[in-house]
Design a binder for this molecule. Sequence first.
Ligand SMILES: CC(C)(COP(=O)(O)OP(=O)(O)OC[C@H]1O[C@@H](n2cnc3c(N)ncnc32)[C@H](O)[C@@H]1OP(=O)(O)O)[C@@H](O)C(=O)NCCC(=O)NCCS
Length: 365
Amino acid sequence: MEGPRPLFDHEFPQFVEFLSTHLRPVQNWSIADEYPLAIHGANLNNVRVIKEESNFLSAAVMKPLVIKSPAGLFKVAAIGSVVTAPDHRHRGLSRQVLDECLAAGKAHGCDFAILWTGLFDFYRKLGFELAGSEISLALPAAFKIEETFEKLSFMTSTKVDPEAILRLYSQHTTGSIRTLEDIRKFLQIPNAKVYTAWDENNRLQAYAVEGKGADFTGYIHEWGGGVSKLIPLLSYAAKESPQRLTVIAPHHAANFIRKLVQAGATQHSGVLGMIKILNSTSFLAKVKKYVRAFGVEDVVLEPRDGKFYLGYKQEIFSTDAESDLTRLIFGPGKASQLHKFDPATIEVFERLFPIPMWIWGWDSV
Ligand SMILES: CC(C)(COP(=O)(O)OP(=O)(O)OC[C@H]1O[C@@H](n2cnc3c(N)ncnc32)[C@H](O)[C@@H]1OP(=O)(O)O)[C@@H](O)C(=O)NCCC(=O)NCCS
């Protein structure tokens, strides 16, 4: 048996076939088309595989992202395409592969790792915790729109100038840093619908993306533009779509969420993904800088001797579970649900946390 180790260039086609066989058995596209930045020749160094003779037994893909947020820039290891060949499961192979992906993330200087899964217990064993908040909004078939919106025309097509999308995307307060080329590749992902709104001068005013390969069917996982342009665009999308659409939004997009609810959407709260902190010292230094920018002194967020000290003034809670830190800083729970802090600490923590941090659907791995 060989590995876990990174992938060699010449192994790429066979690797894509291994992933497609086990993770996309019925789709008629390559899994590499779904994750054009993660499953790509330029990212082989961040893939980890175990092989026996010439066969792949187990694999996982890590893609480092830089996420901007009001709390600064975070380097994040996004992990996906985790799979072990059926005859080799329950031998600890995936654990070894994932440990190596996390080590690669750490070596890249990533603050934390994130993944999207339903296998909560499997990933909890590796130190991941459900974290971050996500609001889903099921759209009504017909919107109740009372305001009159300026004249827009709508289109459903992936043939959109990536530069126009990037211009609107860059206005988000949080999300990964992307290049024009990234957007160009994202627009080619199979099984996606891109809805766009244009003004009278043919300038893109809003976009919304539904579906992404085998994921996000019926879900609008990427959107951008002003709220007054997005609401009519989503009203158009809801009419166009043969199925009921649900929009995913970060918790802090409060105005957008309020307007959609007013238009008849049904709101549910969920989590962003599973998160594991990789470099607690550098991560906490960034969070403390954010806390100081709020003008709050005496907040304690310290890793020391294998424990974490979290508190305000004299009220300090110590824990050896890194996941407590994840839950405090990213939510979705409140500080009061984590520990019986005194009222002053709860007031300060709930003002500061959860921090607004979000990863849009095109970046999921
Ligand atoms: C999930 C999967 C990758 C696990 O691979 P594996 O090589 O069998 O995993 P390991 O043997 O390393 O298991 C590690 C630990 O998780 C546990 N575990 C394994 N599969 C699990 C599952 N489906 N649910 C919960 N726990 C699981 C094991 O018991 C083991 O725990 P232990 O260390 O306490 O004994 C594999 O079942 C698979 O390829 N499934 C299909 C694809 C998939 O669902 N991928 C995950 C997408 S997010």
